[in-house]
Design a protein around this ligand. Structure first.
Ligand SMILES: [Zn+2]
Length: 131
């Protein structure tokens, strides 16, 4: 049985990160179908599972590999964007961003320090702001 399976899988693509992702989305869709009883999720689950199996058994290994690479790049991009947004949100909570009236340099000032004199690190202009 194991040998038969190995012979069957020879020259076929197999599993990858994109397929794992497709399976996870399929499972989520299946759960949503059970909860909401919407046939849309049933169809989606079916389509995703078929897609994943077609990829696993595909003989066009280069194409599947490319798809996976594109998927990983997109995933990285989205994760990066998400991290950046979290970072900026934290910055906005703890800092004021002021713009130098002279050179338009953006200056980050911690919040809650009362009125302070800010000196622009770029052009040395100083101005007073409430922090
Ligand atoms: Zn300046």
């Amino acid at each position: 049985m194991k040998e038969r399976m190995q012979r069957f899988m020879a020259g076929r693509y197999g599993n990858d990160q994109l397929n794992q992702f497709i399976f996870i989305v399929a499972i989520i869709s299946m759960v949503l179908e059970i909860i909401t009883r919407q046939s849309l999720f049933y169809t989606l689950t079916l389509v995703l599972l078929i897609l994943a199996y077609v990829r696993v058994f595909s003989r066009n290994i280069n194409k599947r590999y490319e798809e996976n690479m594109k998927f990983l790049q997109k995933k990285d991009m989205i994760l990066n964007k998400f991290c950046k947004q979290k970072y900026y949100a934290a910055q906005r909570r703890n800092f004021h961003i002021y713009t130098c009236p002279q050179c338009k340099q953006k200056i980050r000032i911690p919040k809650g320090k009362g009125k302070i004199r800010i000196t622009c690190p770029k052009c040395r202009t100083s101005f007073i702001k409430k922090s």
